[in-house]
Design a protein around this ligand. Structure first.
Ligand code: FES
Ligand code: FES
Length: 168
């Protein structure tokens, strides 16, 4: 029997369709993490500032902590678990995060990678200023952004400075 306090939603996440009933105020980040079990998407600030909860909704970058699940009804969502190719091969931007030292902690990195993918889908060769402006919604309070910027440049075929201190 359906719960009259809930609404039916149908979302496609990483190619799989989910039909569920949710409370009207169910946040998309909670739907993804707890109703579907895809815990790669993280919740940091909960107020749309840090970017940890970034997912792609119909290809567009969205803060899932600010999105009600019913607002995403009928959409096609990509989370960090669905960024790689269907056969599991990493996208160039994922590999570049590894190679260029862009990987940071498990809270910010999923959102950083997802935002970087969205950037390259929008602009295949962003300059450094464009990278900084696009990525300014994805915060890290502990390490830095040089590896991330290098990774985006490298993934888009641009020359990058050697990693400081790295031996060849
Ligand atoms: S948790 Fe959504 S932007 Fe920080
Ligand atoms: S918040 Fe992830 S490394 Fe700083």
């Amino acid at each position: 029997m359906s719960d009259t306090n809930k609404v039916a939603v149908k979302l496609t996440i990483n190619g799989q369709t989910y039909e569920k009933e949710v409370k009207p105020n169910r946040l998309l980040v909670d739907f993804i993490r707890y109703d579907v079990g895809l815990t790669g998407t993280k919740e940091g600030c909960s107020v749309g500032v840090c970017g940890a909860c970034t997912v792609l909704v119909d290809g567009k970058m969205v803060s899932s902590c600010l999105t009600l699940t019913p607002m995403a009804n009928g959409t096609d969502i990509t989370t960090i678990e669905g960024i790689a190719k269907a056969d599991g091969e990493l996208l160039p931007i994922q590999q570049a995060f590894i190679d260029q030292g862009g990987f940071q902690c498990g809270i910010c990195t999923p959102g950083q990678v997802t935002a970087a993918k969205a950037l390259l889908d929008f602009n295949s060769k962003p300059n450094e200023q464009e990278i900084k402006e696009w990525m300014m919604g994805n915060l890290c309070r502990c390490t830095g952004y040089y590896g991330i910027i290098r990774a985006i440049k490298a993934a888009s075929g641009q020359e990058v400075e050697p990693i400081p201190g790295a031996s060849d």
